[in-house]
Design a protein around this ligand. Structure first.
Ligand SMILES: [Zn+2]
Length: 259
């Protein structure tokens, strides 16, 4: 699957998202011949040029040559360590437009793209958006039916939306789910690898999960829901609200269904 941020390349993550690195690092073919492209249309609101390699640099200087783009819904994307920048501050850019060239500027130890997604100024996990649209506030407010979708950790992509109350479910039985997005509702996921509950998410302001870690339990406020246990190969009982949870800690989830 081609990348949303590197032209004609697939995503190869060399450093994932963590508390100490609220971004993902990507390389194309391991050299500097990769055009960096805008993930989503928007307006360039930060542009930094003229930097060389400076290991140990801090603050904005650590990004080296860098572009930040403002999108709808309070989202921003940031592209750092560029060799060169081909857009200007204030410029409107469209999805897929070349904004620079992968490089090794700023606090960098080899050519790569450092990619961040921010929502209302907070850096969120970009992994689920490497091949997918940013959440759109307009779809949330216009939608009368609550829809939800899951990230298939084997296929490495967001699966299609499912309507709440339908007989369908989000997921592929047998494949682990590592991300969950639900319109309007408040929900959270339990990280099977970190063995802890991740922060609550409201609507599509983000997603529940910590890609690429599997989820082994979920909680959804004001809903009745169940999950498919990949290890037991069966649907677990329906649960309601947050006095309990759906899932078996330690077993990955292959399906999520909301009544
Ligand atoms: Zn980085």
């Amino acid at each position: 699957m081609s990348s949303r941020v590197l032209k004609n390349k697939s995503n190869q993550i060399t450093q994932g998202y963590s508390n100490g690195h609220r971004a993902v690092d990507l390389v194309g073919n391991g050299h500097t011949t990769d055009y960096v492209i805008a993930h989503t249309s928007g307006t360039v609101n930060f542009c930094q040029t003229g930097y060389g390699n400076k290991k140990g640099a801090t603050g904005n200087a650590s990004y080296g040559n860098c572009v930040k783009i403002k999108h709808n819904g309070g989202y921003e994307t940031l592209y750092a360590h560029l060799d060169s920048v081909s857009v200007k501050n204030g410029q409107k850019v469209s999805k897929g437009q070349v904004i620079g060239y992968m490089g090794n500027t700023g606090n960098s130890y080899g050519a790569h793209l450092h990619f961040e997604v921010r929502h209302n100024g907070t850096r969120i996990n970009p992994t689920g958006y490497l091949n997918a649209d940013l959440p759109s506030n307009s779809t949330v407010t216009k939608s009368t039916t609550i829809k939800y979708q899951a990230y298939d950790n084997v296929k490495n992509k967001w699966l299609g939306n499912v309507s709440k109350g339908s007989v369908s479910y989000a997921g592929n039985k047998g494949n682990g789910i590592s991300g969950l997005m639900i319109d309007q509702l408040t929900y959270r996921a339990h990280d099977k690898v970190k063995k802890k509950w991740l922060p609550w998410v409201v609507g599509r302001s983000g997603y529940a999960g910590n890609l690429p870690n599997d989820i082994d339990a979920i909680q959804i406020k004001n809903a009745t829901y169940r999950v498919y246990d990949n290890k037991k190969k069966k649907w677990l009982p329906w649960v309601s609200g947050t006095t309990t949870y759906a899932g078996n800690i330690g077993n990955s989830i292959g399906g999520i269904q909301i009544k």
